[in-house]
Design a protein around this ligand. Structure first.
Ligand code: BTN
Length: 244
């Protein structure tokens, strides 16, 4: 992972560039990283604020031999690797909020966007986009984000981190988890995800497109589906939701 590195000072989005490169046969493990994204992409069509030189904005090209329906497992694997990398490089207790936000002190410090290029029964490439707020100070965040977002620096008394060291720590954890996953499957990843998750074991409210469900977050399935135990004892499967 990261042996082939494409570095750009400025791009529209590392995710878009990685998609193009994957269509043009870029090899597994190719890393596309930029100092600044003019139009960073977040999940659910949102924009990802990517100011110059402050954070880590990168995309990885993977070519796992798995069926398309297992690709979401890689999102959870990525959350585990990024959380462990941050914890190791910064000495911080970051945690995962389902499905794949990474929080410090309850505020979002990193996000993951997993997309794939596939045929009906075969993954051609998975493009994993990772954005991490590293050295931003409060004035770097748009007003609206301040109550919800943080950076490693804000969490660690304004210390300035080496972005190179943080990405190196993450790629090192990534390589370990990814190759173990290809050999042994998802179960170890699932267990570690649950250990690092702030969501599990808590009373939460999940707002889906159609309804709001309250219950105790019990864990995740093989596919990353959240299991919620409601007051009446029934287990609800949550596929996609905002949770509090
Ligand atoms: C989220 O909404 O939480 C996911 C954010 C993902 C942002 C990263 S930054 C690097 C890569 N390039 C993009 O345009 N988006 C992802």
């Amino acid at each position: 992972i990261g042996k082939n590195i494409i570095y750009k000072k400025e791009v529209t989005s590392t995710q878009a560039l990685a998609h193009d490169m994957a269509r043009n046969d870029a090899s597994e493990g190719t890393l596309v990283v930029a100092d600044y994204q003019q139009k960073g992409k977040g999940r659910l069509g949102r924009e990802w604020h990517s100011p110059p030189g402050t954070g880590l904005w990168f995309s990885l090209i993977l070519r796992p031999d798995i069926p398309p329906q297992k690709a979401p497992q890689l999102t959870l694997l990525t959350a585990v690797a990024v959380t462990e990398g941050i914890n190791k490089a910064a000495g911080i207790e970051a945690q995962i909020k389902w499905p794949n936000d990474i929080l410090i002190d309850g505020k979002k410090t990193a996000g993951i966007l997993t997309e794939m290029q596939s045929e009906p029964d075969r993954v051609q490439a998975v493009i994993v986009g990772i954005g991490i707020n590293i050295n931003q100070q409060p004035e770097h965040f748009p007003e609206l984000l301040l109550s919800k977002a943080t950076s490693l620096s804000i969490a660690k008394e304004n210390k300035i981190f080496s972005r190179a060291k943080v990405i190196a720590a993450i790629l090192e954890r990534y390589e370990d988890w990814y190759y173990q996953y290809l050999i042994d499957g998802f179960e170890q990843v699932r267990k570690r995800w649950e250990e690092l998750a702030v969501t599990i074991g808590k009373e939460i409210t999940a707002t889906t497109v159609t309804k709001t469900v309250e219950g105790l977050a019990q864990g995740i399935t093989e596919d990353g589906v959240l299991l919620l135990k409601k007051k009446d004892g029934q287990i609800e499967h949550i596929y996609s939701a905002d949770i509090h």
